[in-house]
Write a protein that binds this ligand. Structure first.
Ligand SMILES: *Cc1c(COP(=O)(O)O)cnc(C)c1O
Length: 225
């Protein structure tokens, strides 16, 4: 297949494998989440047909519309800011929610997942860099919430997610990603969602187990459409 997305997809997979090898990590140490937000279902199907099964979306309505028409064995990851009135819709489609940023939201997911008879996996979004403009819990609040979540039945907190500040240099990236890794180790949780198109190699070197990659696979997003 000569589709440019498939070439880019295969290149990203090679780069992930190389980054894992350079870090002395197992070849299956980091899962690729193909971030398909804003891209049409035809693009998702092309990458699906090349073997990818995990896709990331950041809007509840877009996720619902895509999940309704795409193959049922896709594992959907919700990576956007989750508003409380969208929890029911997201819980119905997403296997993993990467962006839980408050105790209230986690409690709501627990309740609604119970009502809908589904199990959801959740990651707590942490603001390691301390940037004022970003969503996310402080590391201290995330640690506390991880502890609180142990008694929950319908949502299982398995780790943490973070985003590096835009334009961060290598030192800052390492500081942010290693900070998340230390937090996860302290809490005894294994999943670390960190790294996007521009910084996933550094994230893998710092211990990422899930990388969320859009642009490097699908190309530049056009938000004007
Ligand atoms: C859009 C998005 C990504 C993918 O970013 P790229 O730079 O296109 O790889 C990853 N994570 C989150 C939370 C996003 O919103």
């Amino acid at each position: 297949m000569s589709d440019y997305r498939i070439e880019q997809y295969n290149e990203v997979k090679r780069e992930i494998a190389n980054a894992l090898a350079s870090a002395g990590r197992a070849p299956d140490g980091a899962e690729l989440i193909a971030v398909s937000k804003t891209f049409p279902t035809s693009d998702i199907l092309a990458v699906y047909n090349a073997g990818q099964r995990k896709f990331g979306e950041s809007k509840a309505d877009e996720l619902a519309a895509k999940a309704a028409v795409l193959p049922g064995d896709i594992e959907w990851h919700f990576i956007g800011h989750l508003q409380s009135n969208k929890v029911r819709s997201v819980v119905a489609h997403a296997h993993v929610i990467h962006s839980v940023d408050s105790a209230k939201l986690l409690e709501r997911i627990e309740r609604i997942a119970g009502e809908e008879h589904v199990q959801v996996e959740a990651l707590l979004e942490v603001n390691i860099s301390g940037e004022a403009s970003k969503f996310g819990l402080t590391p201290e609040a995330a640690e506390e919430l991880a502890r609180q979540s142990i008694g929950m039945h319908n949502v299982k907190v398995t780790g943490f997610m973070t985003m590096a500040p835009e334009g961060a240099g290598e030192d800052e990236l390492i500081r942010v990603f290693s900070g998340l890794k230390k937090l996860a180790d302290r809490c005894g949780l294994g999943k670390l969602s960190m790294g996007m198109s521009g910084d996933f190699k550094t994230a893998i070197a710092c211990g990422a187990t899930l990388v969320r990659i859009g642009t490097a696979i699908f190309g530049k997003r056009d938000y004007s459409k």
